[in-house]
Design a protein around this ligand. Sequence first.
Ligand code: PLP
Length: 430
Amino acid sequence: MSTQKFSTNALHAGHDVTKNGGTRAVPLYQSTAYVFDNADHAANLFNLSQPGYIYTRLNNPTNDVLEQRLAALEGGIASVVTASGTAAISTALLVLLKVGDHIVASNSLYGGTYNLLSVTLPRLGITTTFVDPSDPSNFEKAVQENTRAFFIESLGNPKLDVLDIKAISNEAKAFKVPLIVDNTVATPALLNPIEHGANIIIHSLTKYINGNGTALGGAIIDAGTFDWSNGKFPEFTEPSAGYHGLVYHDALGPAAFIAKVRIEGLRDHGAALSPFNAFQIIQGLETLEVRVKKHSENALALAEWLQEQDEVAWVNYPGLKTSAYNDLANQYLPKGQSGIVTFGVKGGFESAKTVADETKVFSLLANIGDTKSLIIHPASTTHQQLDEAAQESTGVTKDLIRLSVGLEDISDLKADLKEAFAQIDKKVLT
Ligand SMILES: *Cc1c(COP(=O)(O)O)cnc(C)c1O
């Protein structure tokens, strides 16, 4: 594994210029399939006795560089990239779990993930108990005999709760189940959950890692630290009918899970990343560290300014001294707390909608992590489908505005919000 530092790996890991015609940039291999040397070579690739490219749903040289780079940046042994962050989550869970299995998950997950776990996976017989993650012992209390995974977000979207990953990973270890951490909002530039005991990392590459709002993508990164032969995962220790009797744990050791993600997950579920998107995401990834540093600085400055505004009822940003998560942020996110800020507008639902309507530099849309500043009112949009109890547990109140603070000049961002605040019906503020 590379011993070089983060910013060096972000620029170089996985790309051997001598193997790619001397191209300094990572080339885009926009090809569906790869010519075999001869029929024996083809047979060897198909029975996995020789590594190589077969078909872009399974692997691709451009995707390969992105996979190696992400594994290096998260401190994992390997990774698989997918069509979106959502595809990363569903592929990882469908490779790992089967009918009758159970997940213990944080109750402050991204809305799409919450829906997958609470509505869609139960149709396949995979159930989830959601717990308040601020007390790690809640995971232990929710464990059942059929529990096969813990699922959390390192920095919840949009609640911005910082989780005690170390404590939760100790609970997972005690019950011999893998801890899966969605690290999208924190990014590997600010936090490496593997260092705190996480076994599998998920990313939506769509957000900060691409950063320019031009391509969807996802990734599953394997720490290579989980013992799949502990008795709870027979699919890893018994011959796989889907792969001519391959016993994943025996054949692949610590890489058993990530290999299964590729050769069963991508093969059977098909959520492969387009190489064109991989190419774009690599351009973004190269500057991740400097961007996220600036996103974090702008977000903290804006959060502090918002606290002083008459129209604002409350502000939530883990970097604020007033945040309930400030101690955990100092422990887990000392380099910065990323670019998402939430706040409540006095006057509730209608006032919050007005602010979302009236900003001009902040674009009203459903995304985060773009270089451009973004705004949304979750109660009327992303979290509209959730009932009141679920809105509450995911931290979405009616007055909540979510900002994804971009890289613009901070004075322009403040002026934009100030003008939007001026449009709120003054009656509701008194
Ligand atoms: C956006 C997001 C996802 C889903 O990613 P897509 O690329 O949009 O499918 C998952 N988790 C978190 C925390 C996200 O912010």
